[in-house]
Design a protein around this ligand. Sequence first.
Ligand code: ADP
Length: 364
Amino acid sequence: MSEKPEKETVSNSGGTFLSVDIARFALDSANVGIWILDAKTREFLPSDRTKALFGFSPEEDMSFEDALRNVVLENRSTVITAVESAIKNHSSLYIECPVVIPPEKKHRWLSITGGFSSTDLNNDFFSGISVDITEQKQNDLRRSRFIGIVSHELKTPLTALKAYVQMLNNWAKKQKDSFTIGALSKVEKQVKKMLNMINSLLNLSGAEAGKLHLTKLTFSIDELISDVIEETLFITATHKIIMSPCEPIPINADRDKIEQVLVNLLSNAAKYSGTEAPIEIACTLKENTVTVSITDQGMGIAPDDIEKLFLPHYRVKSKETEKVDGFGIGLYLCSEIIHRHNGKIWVESEPGKGSSFKFTLPSS
Ligand code: ADP
């Protein structure tokens, strides 16, 4: 039986290198910082590059709290929650956080990736890398500003078109002109579909720029749900939608954006389940919090994917999902919108059995 060499080596014409050296060369040239967080003592061991990314010199000590102090205030609790939950659940960590480097207050975006090593059987060391993604973020911002402007320009004429089509449809109904009614209903469905897409793009650009503007008013969530079911019949016509009886629940929120959340969740339930399977919508009120659930009997989602589902552009890669079109922005937008309303959004799912997407909102 061959014995495993004590230290792994790699050779080429230039010599023999320890794999640990190769890892160091690669990390240096890619400008990647590394760090280890002792899961028990919370002692933090950053490399010089990680220190530099957080604005510290190699000579300075940098604890986890020191690093956090340079993270933009509004993002600190998200970073702490993400790290603590990854440690507790033994899951992988991926966060993008803005930091401000004193004294010039220089802004920079970092991505932090981490997890437990599979070779550390004691699970003592939570470790990972930090990378400067400022340039990528600036490009994203430029792209999303462009999307925002284009979508806004497209929305105005399309809204007018929708109104005229509705007027014509009403007129054709009075004339009992069944051919025109049929044709105009199809035009209306397509216009609504385009408006939905444009609204998603507008919200995406707002969310990415950190400017998801809310126009709040008080309305009944149960009425909105009924309207959305009717409005989205063109997406969900293939499925039976069952709405559980729901008492009138007033909420103070941005109606259009909550509508967008419902449309996204309903169309996903239809997209990711067989046509025979019904979709159920329910809403309940408990201690001033309304919970809305949209439950399908579709393909379901694996636990590993659930963790990343609400990240921008994340799509599950499987034989079943590759046949379904999408950009992976719907759930990201839903979570941005719900969090901006001080609500929560999550999914309970079992592969092969179905998924239940739920969100909460404070009632007014
Ligand atoms: P898109 O549907 O455009 O890909 P979303 O952000 O709405 O983007 O959804 C992200 C991913 O989550 C989807 O690609 C899909 O894999 C998964 N997903 C969303 N809703 C469901 C659902 N009801 N059942 C199963 N998988 C879902």
